[in-house]
Design a protein around this ligand. Structure first.
Ligand SMILES: *Cc1c(COP(=O)(O)O)cnc(C)c1O
Length: 242
C-alpha cells in the first residue's frame, strides 16, 4: 500500500486517521482510548488551521511560544471549550502573559518560573494546570528539570496556590525509529510512579509525537502532542526560544 499523501489530505481526514491510530494503539496496549488526550500542535501554522481542526471536533491545542499564541489569540478566543497548552519553554519575563493566554502549561522546569506563574495565575483568579518537563535526553538543546531536582520541584509546585500540578512531560531525542524513544518514556513513567504516592494528583504523562505516539501509548502516555501528522510539515523549523 502506498504511504498516505499527507499534503492532499484535509485536516479533518488527518485527525480521523490519528484518532484511529490512537484507538488501535490503545487496543494493543489494553488501554481505554478515553485515557488519552490528543493535543493538536498548531505551532508555526496560521490560526486558520486551529479553526479547521476545531470544526472537526478537536479541542486541545499545543503552541510552543507565548508570542505566537498572542498573535493567534484574537482569532481563536471565541472557540468555546478549546484548550491551549504551552508546550515550549516558558521564560520568566513571559509568565504573566502565559497565565492569561494558556489553559495549561506543560513545560514548567524551574522554581522561579513556577512561583512567578503561580502569582500571575492567582491574580487572574485562575488555578492553572501544569506539568513538569523532565530532561531525560542528554542533548544540549533539550529543556527541562534534571531528574535529581524533580523531588524538590514537585514539593515547591504542589504548594503554589495558582498552580494545579497534574503530571510530567518529556521530549526524547528525535529519531525516525520510535523504539529509540521507548526507554525515555519508560523512565518518565517510572518517575511518575515513584512520586505518585506523595503527590496523588500526579497522573498525567505527556509523551508521544507524530513519529512515536503508538509507542508512547504502550508506555502509559495520557497526552500525545501531535503536529505534523495532523497539519502537515511545518514551513520552517521551530525557532529556538531565546
Ligand atoms: C513541535 C512539537 C511537537 C509536535 O511534533 P510533531 O513531530 O510535528 O508531531 C510535540 N511536542 C513538542 C514539545 C513540540 O515542540
Amino acid at each position: 500500500m502506498p504511504a498516505p499523501q499527507l499534503a492532499t489530505n484535509t485536516i479533518a481526514a488527518n485527525l480521523d486517521r490519528v484518532r484511529a491510530e490512537i484507538t488501535a494503539a490503545c487496543h494493543r496496549a489494553r488501554r481505554d482510548p478515553a485515557e488519552i488526550t490528543l493535543i493538536a500542535v498548531s505551532k508555526v501554522h496560521p490560526a486558520q488551521v486551529i479553526l479547521e481542526a476545531y470544526a472537526a471536533g478537536q479541542r486541545h491545542f499545543g503552541e510552543n511560544r507565548v508570542q505566537e499564541m498572542q498573535t493567534k489569540a484574537e482569532s481563536v478566543c471565541g472557540l468555546a471549550g478549546a484548550s491551549f497548552h504551552l508546550i515550549g519553554p516558558l521564560q520568566n519575563n513571559k509568565t504573566a502573559r502565559a497565565a492569561d493566554l494558556f489553559d495549561a502549561i506543560d513545560t514548567l522546569a524551574e522554581e522561579k518560573t513556577a512561583r512567578r506563574l503561580s502569582t500571575a495565575a492567582a491574580e487572574l483568579g485562575r488555578k492553572l494546570p501544569v506539568l513538569i518537563e523532565v530532561k531525560l535526553s542528554p542533548e544540549e538543546a533539550k529543556h527541562g528539570c534534571a531528574p535529581a531536582d524533580l523531588p524538590a520541584l514537585l514539593r515547591i509546585i504542589s504548594d503554589l496556590d495558582g498552580l494545579d500540578l497534574r503530571g510530567l512531560m518529556t521530549v526524547p531525542p528525535w529519531s525516525e525509529d520510535p523504539e529509540v524513544a521507548r526507554p525515555f518514556f519508560r523512565q518518565l513513567r517510572a518517575l511518575r510512579d515513584q512520586h505518585v504516592p506523595d503527590f496523588p494528583n500526579l497522573r498525567e504523562l505527556s509523551i508521544g509525537m507524530s513519529n512515536d505516539f503508538p509507542v508512547a501509548i504502550e508506555e502509559g502516555s495520557t497526552a500525545v502532542r501531535i503536529g505534523t501528522a495532523i497539519f502537515g510539515r511545518r514551513a520552517k523549523p521551530t525557532p529556538t526560544p531565546e
